[in-house]
Design a binder for this molecule. Structure first.
Ligand SMILES: Nc1ncnc2c1ncn2[C@@H]1O[C@H](COP(=O)(O)OP(=O)(O)OP(=O)(O)O)[C@@H](O)[C@H]1O
Length: 331
């Protein structure tokens, strides 16, 4: 392991932001902290970094992790405007009292790793967004942290730059095997980068799991809605059977619901176009880069699917069979 957060609380004055947060971060793991604005993600990173107080024993470093080798990179980079690129990168090394020779060697090395050669004498206001971000990451990684805390690292970059920076970060992480806690609003970013996601909602952790687990099997309706791309079909649950006027289906019923409930089908669930199953009237088909986005009506409910096994045509009625188990939820 590396970091354990145990029953962590946060209040500002009388206002409780979160309570009882517990999760672990393992060596070499990328954990995405995902939740809406104001849920306390930045405060949590600051507590882990030790720049905001936390209760004793609530943040525990193990193995060779420690607060001293944890580095936080803020959303807006916080580069020192009066220092050039080299001075910004060397700042932390000087503060940690590395020798002059070591500072020169480490700085030269990281400039190369981050593709910053030629920009050494530039000041932050002479750099593009992507370059500033690379300097901010270089300044953090030159300290060789075991744990890197990233607060919305790509929020100020355009889509193309974000994609290339994500790949860049992944490559570095694979090479140096540090752990990352990544705070993000961006679901796709979390899906793309994280080994596990921590879903923070309404002052508590709602679910911890691999991105695919959370996408296909969210623990409740709030998580499903926060992740997005959700179809909910109302019906009646009896044991492991879900029934509507149009179809019935064997389902997963992890919380043993009974009576009125919802069948949850994420847009990306693989649905086989078949000669029996859920009857679906095809309302429209749209081309999307990953295939076809199909809008259908199932009973009275409009649904969207992006992973049908066959092409379909608007106006026809087909039958759909989920390739995997579907899950029911409370209304
Ligand atoms: N020093 C402070 N004093 C009082 N309230 C604060 C302080 N810092 C943050 N807050 C409040 O605590 C809540 C959580 O803030 P925080 O920045 O940690 O959330 P967040 O999830 O990171 O939000 P965002 O995604 O918008 O950055 C917010 O309502 C914020 O206004």
């Amino acid at each position: 392991m590396g970091l354990s957060v145990k029953n962590l609380q946060l209040k500002y004055g009388k206002k409780e932001i979160f309570h009882d947060l517990s999760f672990d971060v393992n060596e070499g793991e990328i954990v995405a902290l995902f939740g809406p604005s104001g849920v306390g993600k930045t405060s949590l990173l600051k507590m882990i970094a030790g720049i905001q107080p936390a209760e004793k024993e609530a943040i525990v470093f193990t193995d060779n992790f420690s607060q001293a080798n944890t580095v936080l990179v803020f959303q807006d980079f916080w580069l020192f405007p009066h220092m050039n690129v080299v001075e910004n990168i060397a700042f932390g090394l000087k503060a940690h009292k590395f020798s002059k020779d070591e500072i020169v060697r480490k700085t030269a090395n990281i400039l190369e790793v981050f593709d910053l050669l030629g920009l050494e004498q530039h000041f932050p206001d002479q750099l593009s967004g992507g370059q500033k971000q690379r300097v901010a990451l270089a300044r953090a990684l030159v300290l060789e942290p075991k744990l890197l805390l990233l607060d919305e690292p790509f929020a100020n970059l355009d889509d193309q730059l974000t994609r290339s920076m994500r790949t860049y970060l992944q490559r570095l992480q694979e090479t140096y095997r540090f752990s990352i806690i990544l705070v993000t609003h961006d679901r796709d970013e979390a899906f793309h980068l994280a080994d596990r996601m921590v879903i923070l909602l309404d002052g508590t952790i709602q679910q911890i799991g691999k991105p695919q687990e959370i996408y296909f099997y969210p623990s409740n309706r709030r998580v499903a809605e926060t992740i997005g791309e959700t179809n909910f079909i109302p019906g009646i649950i009896t044991d492991r059977c879900f029934k509507t006027d149009e179809f019935d289906l064997s389902v997963q019923n992890p919380t043993q619901l009974a009576g009125e409930g919802l069948l949850f089908i994420p847009y990306g669930m693989e649905m086989q176009v078949s000669d029996s199953g859920i009857p679906a009237f095809i309302e429209s088909c749209e081309w999307i880069p990953n295939g076809q986005q199909v809008k259908v009506r199932i009973g009275k409910t409009s649904c969207t699917f992006t992973n049908l096994t066959e092409k379909v045509i608007a106006g026809e009625t087909v039958f759909l069979k989920p390739v995997d188990w579907l899950q029911v939820m409370k209304q």
